[in-house]
Write a protein that binds this ligand. Structure first.
Ligand SMILES: *[C@@H]1O[C@H](CO)[C@@H](O)[C@H](O)[C@H]1NC(C)=O
Ligand SMILES: *[C@@H]1O[C@H](CO)[C@@H](O)[C@H](O)[C@H]1NC(C)=O
Length: 355
């Protein structure tokens, strides 16, 4: 009786699928401990005078001078990772109360639900949520080989200078699949040097830079000349220190969009949101110690093999790549280093009996 069997299998898969979706949306998170500034922390002051007249429009934070501003995206799919990342930032900050978080979500996300979720786990967190209208960027995205990389929210990092208020002048952008084990203030204080350096990130000059672009790109001198007089190196866009003033002044969002428009007409690169960043910034960024992005812990994109740390010290662990530690832990098939993510997991498991 193959038919009924097939039907019940289909039915079972469908009901499992919808069950999983409901679970994702109803994840409950524990409250994190409260973290306090150490006595020698600088006091942060609200320098935006407009804000003072504006106290009741729910604009509870934001324009503090001397604060460490952190930007992340926030969506239901990665929220468990985001919560762990936030906890790790606070826990390793010597001045945790001076961190201000800026969360970019899709315009269709339920912002009040996200706000409530954040406030439940982090009642003292200074944060703001920004809906990102991704219809514009959706039109610019060409299909790439890994469709997950083409989620419009992945491109939100290119729009931070427009999305964040102009009083925020420097920001640390962080992906949601990482944890810090060092003070983010040290990363935020990275010197950018010369007037036209817009961002800082760890650079990897041994990576094969050629492979990020197509033959069409390299064989067209009017395109490949963009790298003339530069020593372009690969960098990962999951951890960046961005000077928002300089970005705004140079209108770099426009420059990134121009490459994306070109990509739609002729395929000049493969993977999603990274190559436009490389086209605009590679060889022009300020270096950051590699310990601030121990990336690739998500493992091999094809076979899901576990990856080890790169040699040297560690300030930030980044599960970039296909596998995510929460998914592997849930599946009872963790990689060894996933044990370093687990202590930051705030998910309230249904079976945990908190006393
Ligand atoms: C958003 O979430 C809140 C719970 O915080 C819920 O009451 C509300 O109905 C949700 N809105 C939408 C449009 O789903
Ligand atoms: C770098 O990548 C390109 C294109 O993928 C390839 O042709 C070239 O041989 C690689 N170079 C090295 C040194 O591996």
């Amino acid at each position: 009786m193959p038919k009924p069997l097939l039907f019940s299998f289909l039915f079972l898969s469908l009901s499992l699928l919808s069950h999983a979706t409901i679970l994702t949306l109803s994840q409950q998170f524990k409250e994190a401990p409260q973290f306090y500034n150490s006595p020698d922390c600088p006091s942060i002051t609200d320098t935006n005078t407009n804000n003072k007249n504006n106290k009741n429009n729910n604009n509870n934070v934001i324009c503090y001078d001397g604060a460490v501003h952190v930007a992340m995206t926030l969506d239901t799919q990665y929220i468990r990772g985001s919560m762990a990342a936030i906890l790790s930032v606070l826990q390793h900050s010597s001045c945790p109360e001076n961190n201000i978080f800026h969360f970019v979500t899709t315009a269709t996300a339920n912002a009040s639900l996200l706000r409530a979720t954040l406030s439940t786990s982090f009642p003292y967190l200074k944060f703001q949520i920004y809906p990102f209208d991704d219809t514009h960027v959706s039109g610019l995205i060409s299909t790439s080989i890994r469709s997950a990389l083409d989620c419009p929210l992945n491109y939100a990092r290119s729009y931070l200078p427009n999305v964040l208020p102009s009083c925020v002048r420097r920001v640390v952008y962080l992906d949601s699949d990482l944890v810090l084990v060092d003070d983010i203030a040290k990363l935020a204080a990275t010197p950018l040097g010369g007037d036209d350096t817009v961002l800082a990130a760890p650079e990897y000059c041994n990576a094969n830079f050629t492979s990020y672009f197509t033959l069409t790109f390299w064989s067209n001198p009017s395109l490949s000349l963009t790298f003339a007089n530069r020593k372009p190196c690969y960098f990962n866009t999951g951890v960046m220190v961005i000077d928002l003033d300089r970005w705004r002044a140079g209108d770099y969002t426009k420059k990134i969009e121009e490459w994306m428009e070109l990509q739609k007409r002729m395929r000049i690169y493969q993977l999603g949101s990274l190559p436009p960043f490389l086209l605009v910034f590679a060889g022009k960024i300020a270096p950051v110690d590699h310990k601030w992005n121990q990336h690739g812990l998500g493992g091999d994109n094809f076979r899901g093999l576990c990856r080890d740390l790169h040699p040297g010290p560690v300030s930030l662990l980044h599960w970039s790549g296909k596998g995510k530690p929460w998914a592997r832990l849930d599946a009872n098939r963790p990689c060894p280093l996933d044990a370093l993510w687990a202590p930051y997991d705030l998910l309230q498991t249904p079976f945990a009996l908190d006393s």
